[in-house]
Design a protein around this ligand. Structure first.
Ligand SMILES: Cc1cc2nc3c(=O)[nH]c(=O)nc-3n(C[C@H](O)[C@H](O)[C@H](O)COP(=O)(O)OP(=O)(O)OC[C@H]3O[C@@H](n4cnc5c(N)ncnc54)[C@H](O)[C@@H]3O)c2cc1C
Length: 322
């Protein structure tokens, strides 16, 4: 049986070194016709998909997370600038076309955990006004259907899950918050501390960025200089795989399907409900059937999948009113 059909519970990276959690394997097996049935399919295991799975982990719903990428290997190259940037060792996205139809390599990565395997782990909240209508040079960004106040309790939950270190009251544009940051702010290194003092003397208001790392209290973060752009060799960066997916996979009702790319969403005859997702596991056809589908493929790939899912009722693509 292909590794791609294996769903992993708990600590799973087959190439990682010493595991801090028990390793349990489970299996998502399509039937003879390549079908998988469950309650909820989450497409994409990045920040959105993994956090969503974590929120549903105790719901009793049968959840399958579908991820086109594989586990990112933990290896010494994780921290090598030459490997990461010079050789592009982890770049695995296909080329995209720009407005002049010229190919380029997008800055996205297809791995379990999505782009957060490479993110800088800075997790500021949106400002209150970001939820309102905003006029940009390129056009009007409509108001969100929810406000910052609606989301605030969930920001607080997410900051706990992602162990965000910060200090309220320093950033002049920060929105109100119902409580302090779950972790104290990281201290500046000596060079940065001197720069901060100098900026303050000039009347500026520097502040510490909220950082999602496992630092202090026995945590593994060593405050190295390789966070933004690099995978974390120590699993000490609070990325989506480490902080949300692994805990979610401890629930018996959450399973993960890797190396599986969803190619098209299929709607019911009335065109109002998505009922199936067609994809490929290592090149073999698979169809997922569920009551709910959560699209968390990242900003561009979610939109691309909706466009590729055009059908008779939605000739311009699903959810594309404009
Ligand atoms: C170098 C770098 C630094 C960054 N630093 C920060 C930072 O400091 N702070 C911050 O807030 N943000 C940062 N970001 C951005 C942040 O990583 C993204 O905003 C975030 O990961 C988006 O989450 P997502 O779930 O929407 O998508 P992603 O994380 O992109 O996850 C989408 C997942 O879906 C999978 N997928 C895509 N298409 C399909 C398909 N058809 N079928 C199955 N699976 C599919 C992908 O493989 C991927 O795993 C950074 C990004 C990069 C690249």
């Amino acid at each position: 049986m292909s590794d791609a059909l294996i769903s992993h519970h708990a600590e799973l990276n087959p190439q990682s070194g010493a595991s801090r959690e028990p390793r349990v394997l489970d299996v998502v097996t399509p039937d003879a016709d390549g079908n998988i049935n469950c309650d909820v399919v989450i497409i994409g295991s990045g920040m959105g998909g993994s956090t969503f799975a974590h929120a549903l982990r105790d719901s009793g719903l049968d959840i399958v997370i579908v991820e086109r990428g594989d586990f990112l290997p933990r290896e010494i190259h994780n921290w090598s600038s030459e490997s990461v940037f010079g050789q592009g060792r982890y770049r695995n996205a296909e080329q995209w076309l720009d407005e002049a139809n010229q190919p380029f390599s997008p800055g996205v990565f297809y791995y379990v955990g999505g782009n957060t395997k490479f993110y800088g782990a800075m997790l500021p909240r949106f400002r209150e006004e970001d939820f309102a209508e905003i006029r940009h040079a390129e056009g009007l960004s409509p108001a969100w259907p929810i406000s910052y106040a609606d989301l605030e309790p969930w920001y607080a939950e997410a900051e706990k899950l992602y162990r965000v270190h910060g200090q309220a009251g320093l950033d002049p544009s920060e929105p109100w918050r119902s409580g302090p940051y779950p972790q104290p702010a990281l201290e500046h290194d000596p060079a940065l501390a001197a720069l901060e003092q100098s900026m303050r003397r000039s009347g500026l208001k520097p502040f510490v960025m909220p950082a999602a790392v496992d630092y202090g209290n026995g945590g593994d973060c060593v405050l190295c200089s390789t966070c933004d752009g690099y995978p974390c060799l120590l699993d000490a960066k609070a990325d989506a795989e480490v902080s949300a997916l692994r805990p979610a996979l401890r629930s018996a009702s959450v399973r993960l399907l890797t190396r599986t790319t969803i190619k098209q969403l299929i709607t019911a005859a009335d065109g109002r409900t998505v009922t199936q997702a067609h994809g490929l596991i290592d090149g073999r056809a698979v169809t997922l059937h569920a009551k709910r589908f959560v699209l968390a493929c990242g900003a561009v790939n979610s939109a691309a999948l909706l466009l590729k899912s055009a059908n008779e009722q939605h000739p311009e693509g699903l959810g594309n009113s404009s």
